[in-house]
Design a protein around this ligand. Structure first.
Ligand code: HEM
Length: 434
């Protein structure tokens, strides 16, 4: 575990070729092809194909869809009649709605139906505590975890692919895989909706094992040298759920929570929003103008970096700043601790968005700030996540004042012992109409 940000930057940024891979993780089936877990040349190949889907142009095209989802979110807040609500549900229902539209091109009912099939399967897939597992499901996850820690990769893959014993819920995975496959089939027959899966289909290369365009890697996975196989497309579409949904929805939850705890900052943000955004049709240029909005998101991510640790496995021996790191070492960066280092951040536990003002934000802080990771494997969805969060804050705060209530947990929040940063107690908030 490394807490020295300068050392980490030198390792992960300057020695890219040695620090390219993460800890080897086997989920089974299509998920083994995702950007998050793929390694070496396969990762480079996939990132090159998937990156244009996250360009500013592509994201701009998603804005009207994202806006529609947020307008439904605010109309649900309106229906709460200023009573305290368990706000986390609203946040993940919103993000799932956005994901189902933008990634899969699917109409969804995640914001109107708590038991929506899409929601239940997405929560199951990411092992979210909101989904109450049966005893059988708990035993399978426990067994998969033991295999993941102790067994060789091929055993873990065999258990997942042949016996449905996997870290992620195989039934939920099957449901979502089917959705992707349908989208791929429709696209081939000329469907009009340009979702993420649908545009990725352009890079689809169907080549069976043994075809000269394919190769099988040391893990037994089949890759296409020219584009993505259908497994690759499905796996990378599921990244929206596995890497993009809990991260963004929990960050939104914390952003609103801190604004409710700091009404004077919320009021200043409201003034900025009213000055810049005269209608609900938001443009990227307007968003660039909204500096306090940016600082509020930055400060939320400093205090609650959802990816609170990320790692790299070294592929060669290397010496960095006089420290010898042998090949195969797992180097873990710890942003949670680095973002709270008192020598770098004044009053680190305080929520102070203004610390990001250019004349206050120091070079040391810039080096230490890493909520989306660092180096060539930094988060590919950063721009999309920021846009989703900013648009949600704008369209909500124009209409409501977010307030704490009797049941809102006090700062500092205590966290549940689960992988994503998740509050132990329910965050209850009230939305009072302006
Ligand atoms: C607030 C929201 C988010 C946060 C805080 C976050 C954070 C992170 C972090 C810390 C990493 C690891 C970086 C590293 O190892 O250096 C990462 C990787 C990744 N994230 Fe995000 N993320 C967010 C949203 C998203 C979204 C919306 C998507 C996609 C729709 C996404 C897709 C990915 C992918 C694919 C990777 C792996 C990239 C690679 O290995 O090439 N993330 N994210």
């Amino acid at each position: 575990m490394v807490y020295d940000a300068e050392w980490l930057r030198e390792a992960f940024v300057k020695h890219l070729s040695v620090f390219t891979n993460r800890r080897r993780t086997v989920f089974g089936r299509a998920l083994d092809y995702t950007l998050f877990v793929s390694e070496g040349d396969h990762w480079r190949h996939t990132r090159r194909i998937v990156s244009p889907e996250f360009s500013s142009g592509k994201i701009k095209r998603m804005m009207p869809t994202i806006q529609d989802c947020i307008l439904l979110f605010v109309s649900n807040l309106d229906k709460s009649n200023e009573k305290p609500i368990y706000f986390r549900r609203n946040c993940y229902a919103l993000l799932l709605d956005i994901v189902s539209h933008t990634a899969f091109g699917l109409e969804s009912d995640t914001q109107t139906n708590e038991d929506s099939q899409f929601t239940q399967n997405a929560l199951r897939l990411v092992n979210n505590a909101e989904y109450k597992k049966t005893l059988k499901q708990k035993l399978i996850t426990g067994l998969a975890l033991i295999l993941f820690i102790w067994a060789p990769t091929w055993v873990v893959r065999l258990a997942a692919n042949s016996f449905n014993i996997a870290l992620l819920d195989i039934e939920a995975l099957g449901y979502l895989e089917q959705i992707c496959e349908k989208v791929i089939a429709n696209r081939k027959s000329g469907s009009p909706e340009p979702s993420f899966v649908q545009t990725l289909v352009d890079s689809l290369v169907e080549a069976p094992k043994g075809h000269p365009d394919t190769l099988v890697d040391t893990n037994g996975l089949l890759w296409s040298k020219q584009g993505l196989t259908s497994q690759g497309i499905v796996g990378n579409a599921l990244v929206f759920l596995t890497a993009g949904f809990v991260t963004t929805s929990n960050t939104l939850l914390f952003a609103f929570y801190e604004l409710a705890q700091h009404p004077h900052i919320q009021e200043q943000l409201y003034e900025e929003i009213m000055e810049i955004f005269h209608t609900d049709d938001i443009t990227p240029e307007q968003i660039n103008e909204a500096k306090l909005l940016e600082y509020c998101i930055n400060e939320t991510l400093r205090l609650y970096p959802i990816g609170f640790r990320f790692d790299r496995a070294t592929t060669e021996d290397v010496t960095i700043r006089d420290i010898f790191v042998p090949k195969g070492t797992m180097v873990t960066a710890a942003p949670w601790t680095i973002h709270r280092e008192p020598e770098i951040w004044e009053h680190p536990e305080d929520y102070d968005p203004y610390r990001f003002l250019p004349d206050r934000f120091t070079q040391k802080q810039n080096t230490a700030y890493m909520p989306f990771g660092i180096g060539n494997r930094a988060c590919i969805g950063q721009r999309l996540a920021q846009l989703e969060m900013k648009m949600t804050l704008i369209l909500t705060l124009k209409r409501f004042i977010v307030c704490t209530c009797e049941d809102t947990p006090e700062r500092p929040i205590k966290f549940a012992p689960v992988p994503a940063i998740t509050p132990e107690k329910k965050i209850m908030l009230r939305f009072v109409k302006r």
